[in-house]
Write a protein that binds this ligand. Structure first.
Ligand SMILES: [Zn+2]
Length: 187
């Protein structure tokens, strides 16, 4: 069973199997289940073992999660949004080694804190949806479309950007990445 289905079951969220997606508003006919299938379409086109495609994988995970944030625990919003902040605002080239590092920082951050990032209302988390991913036929198209999708979702969470920027800063300091920001500024 997919994680999102077991999460919904545990939390009493009824997943609609027909019609538009109840979370992101995609005009699909099979609800959130179809959103997940649409994202799966990309795994056929992209090679997630190719370093050029690494970032796309994370962008798709983050965009999907933040558009459907009722289907994960509240702290996951911090992880997905901070990662997008690090990629889009700090120019960090994401790879597999960085995700556990970010989890460490978030775990440290959330100790003694109780807070949640209230998402924009369902259906208002970006105009680009999983349905737009179906137009993609080449790896280059997929990389561009995923970036567009993730940026669109990221922008709808703009009320929380200043907040996650402090977590992003903790991450940058902890892993000595200040130089990347400086380099980007010089360019
Ligand atoms: Zn959806």
């Amino acid at each position: 069973m997919h994680d999102f289905i077991s999460y919904a079951n545990k939390h009493g969220i009824k997943l609609l199997k027909e019609g538009p997606c109840q979370f992101c508003g995609a005009k699909v006919s099979g609800g959130v289940f179809e959103c997940h299938e649409n994202v799966h379409h990309l795994s056929v086109i992209l090679d997630f073992t190719n370093p050029k495609h690494y970032e796309s994988r994370f962008l798709s995970v983050d965009a999907l999660a933040l558009q459907h944030c009722e289907l994960h625990g509240p702290w996951n919003n911090h992880i997905h949004l901070t990662r997008l902040f690090l990629i889009f605002e700090n120019g960090v080239a994401w790879d597999y080694s960085k995700t556990p590092q970010l989890s460490n920082v978030i775990n440290e951050y959330k100790r003694n804190r109780s807070e949640s990032l209230t998402p924009p209302p369902a259906g208002q988390r970006g105009k680009t949806t999983t349905q737009d991913l179906l137009q993609v036929v080449s790896a280059d198209d997929a990389i561009a479309k995923l970036r567009e999708w993730a940026k669109d979702v990221f922008d709808t969470f703009k009320d929380h950007h200043a907040h996650v920027s402090s977590i992003a800063k903790m991450y940058m300091n902890r892993y000595g990445l200040q130089k990347i920001i400086d380099n980007n500024k010089q360019n």
